[in-house]
Design a protein around this ligand. Structure first.
Ligand code: PLP
Length: 384
């Protein structure tokens, strides 16, 4: 079986697992306890926070550990939207339909239950929001703009610095979901110019169930998960100490090895893209060719049932995805793909191939050889 779904999740790097292990049994204390068990666990969390701050070029107290990327997105959006409205009355939120559900459904929830107003920006045909599009939509009563760094389904990369600058010029906060971007792009928050940035461990060879939110010092935010005053009072819940230690080590390794990983994967990605577009009739790349994550290839095939294609691929020994992992089994076309202007007949036939550290040129070669026949088979079966 060949795994080609690293955007859904990654295995834990062995070096990460090794640093995590002592925190399950030996150093199991609760960081909030006063005694020495607690102190040792607290020291581990403090060190991890410093490592993450170094990777992001920020201060340790600007890093909030969360239980996942989705929680980081929720805290960023809910916590800042409510805090700003309380301060200034601003109630407009700006985002895009190509966002992960953790952002788009949170915006919808704020509109439906908390009386905010949403403006959804139109991406271009490659799934990118051009700065002019934001410039036109932003108003003085905009509280927050949330636009992702890199897209999970189509691999497109947003010009975050330019977008954040526009938000700030108009007095709005800027949040970015960098859950996919962090594995391959710089997460220097000073250069990106963001107020908040979401990360998740399991997308860069760290453990599942741990994430982080960068919050620039002074950003208006309220606690949205109430209970204890963990994480400087920004969230409640006993620290996942082993997870936090693993998250920090995985991020540190990613920053150190980012260029080498990209250099290994980009040619493999290009081989897949070239091979598909040349050898499979009625196929299109989804997302941009140039401004794309180095491990990410995504396509649409006209008149193909994407889920059927995934099943055929699985039987042939290849694990791929048709977009966001959560959507598999859903017969509705992905909102990301339809927002690019693709018709239902194209959008239902999507395939996402995302590479990672475990992939070799031989694996990519055997995938490229197998795919055209499987697409043809799926197309025939989809017609019946
Ligand atoms: C995976 C993902 C998330 C959610 O992260 P979890 O840690 O799985 O909750 C959010 N945004 C994007 C872009 C993702 O790819």
């Amino acid at each position: 079986m060949i795994y080609l779904d690293y955007a859904a999740t990654t295995p834990v790097d062995d070096r990460v697992l090794q640093v995590m292990l002592p925190y399950f049994q030996e150093t199991f204390g609760n960081p909030s306890s006063v005694h020495r068990y607690g102190q040792k666990a607290e020291a581990a969390v403090d060190t991890a926070r410093e490592v993450v701050a170094e990777a992001l070029s920020c201060l340790p107290h600007e890093v909030i550990f969360t239980s996942c990327g989705s929680e980081a997105d929720n805290l960023a959006l809910r916590g800042s939207a409510m805090a700003i409205r309380e301060q200034t009355g601003a109630r407009r939120l700006i985002s895009c339909r190509t966002e992960h559900n953790a952002v788009s459904r949170t915006v919808e929830h704020l509109v439906r239950y908390h009386d905010f107003e949403a403006v959804w920006l139109e991406p271009d045909a490659e799934g990118v929001i051009q700065p002019e599009v934001l410039e036109k939509a932003i108003t003085p009563d905009t509280a927050l703009v949330s636009l992702m760094y890199a897209n999970n389904e189509i691999g497109s990369i947003h010009p975050i610095r330019a977008l954040a600058d526009i938000a700030h010029k108009h007095g709005a906060l800027f949040h970015s979901d960098a859950v996919q971007g962090a594995a391959y792009l710089s997460v220097d928050v000073q250069k990106l110019g963001v107020d908040m940035l979401s990360l998740s461990g399991h997308k860069f060879y760290g453990p599942k169930g741990v994430g982080a939110l960068y919050v620039r010092h002074g950003t208006p935010l309220i606690q949205t998960q109430t209970g204890g005053g963990h994480e400087f009072g920004w969230r409640a819940g006993t620290h996942n100490v082993s997870g936090i230690v693993g998250f920090a080590e995985a991020l540190r390794l990613t920053v150190a090895e980012r260029e080498a990983r990209a250099a290994h994967l980009a040619p493999l990605r290009d081989k897949i893209i070239g091979h598909v577009l040349e050898n499979i009739p009625e196929s299109r790349l989804s997302g941009p060719l140039a401004s794309r994550l180095p491990n990410h290839a995504s396509f649409v095939f006209h008149g193909v049932d994407g889920n059927l294609l995934l099943t055929l691929l699985d039987s042939a020994g290849f694990a791929c995805s048709s977009g966001s992992a959560c959507k598999t089994g859903n017969p509705e076309p992905s909102a990301v793909l339809t927002s690019l202007g693709l018709s239902r007949e194209w959008a239902l036939g999507s395939l996402r191939v995302t590479l990672g550290m475990g992939n070799t040129p031989e694996q990519v070669e055997s995938f490229a050889q197998a795919l055209p026949g499987l697409v043809e088979q799926a197309r025939k079966l989809s017609r019946n």
